[in-house]
Design a protein around this ligand. Sequence first.
Ligand SMILES: [Zn+2]
Length: 256
Amino acid sequence: MLLCTVRDCRQPLLREARRLVCAAGHSFDLARSGYANLLQPQDRRSKQPGDTVAAVAGRRRLHDRGVSDPLFRVILDLAAADPTDSVLDAGCGDGYYLGNLAQQTGCNAHGVDISIPAIDAASRRYPNVEWIVANADRFVPYEDRAFSLVMSITARMNSPEFRRVLRENGRLLVAIPAPDDLIEFRGTGRDRVTRTVETFAAEFDLAAQRRATTTADLDAAGVDDVLHSIYRPMQAAKHDAARVTFSLDLLLFRAR
Ligand SMILES: [Zn+2]
């Protein structure tokens, strides 16, 4: 159900031993850890788009400290996935949420991110998920109605493409930073809920809404990881240990 990302091709990609190939002969090598890089030259604004190695590593160390577990449990509950679900995480980062969702629910899981370091980390940690490097801002490289659930966890949103790859009555789970997310570093942020609902209003109805909030007492290294993961390394030197708030607004939509 993967589609070729060569401009205007969009034919199905078939899996061979070490590569994916379409009927027009475009081929994409599989990395040793199993992911495929479908990025095209027009998809890159920089040589290394998306999260850097340092940001991915910082975020993974925070996940490994367990700081994201309370957020994951709310996502798990709201997603209500089961083994019959086919799930896409668009902008999956290092795969923490999708990888754990797949492990706990047995769903058929697919993750896309524009960052090679993020997908490389995801594919090494969670080999039972299909991981793809691609720019989902323009084109989500899957066939129509491939999924029963699409997730966008603090990622870019592409309402028409999310709707295209969802089945009738499919679910869309969107997580956005809540106003108190990282309030210790950023102050009170904007409430993004109304605008996000409007973003999806043409194709989706809001079915449920929750806020997931947790705090973690982090040592200086943990604070450093937070600041690297949000690209504020210059602030890291100014901080010692701190209590840090992580907070997400979660919106569950139904495809119309
Ligand atoms: Zn092709």
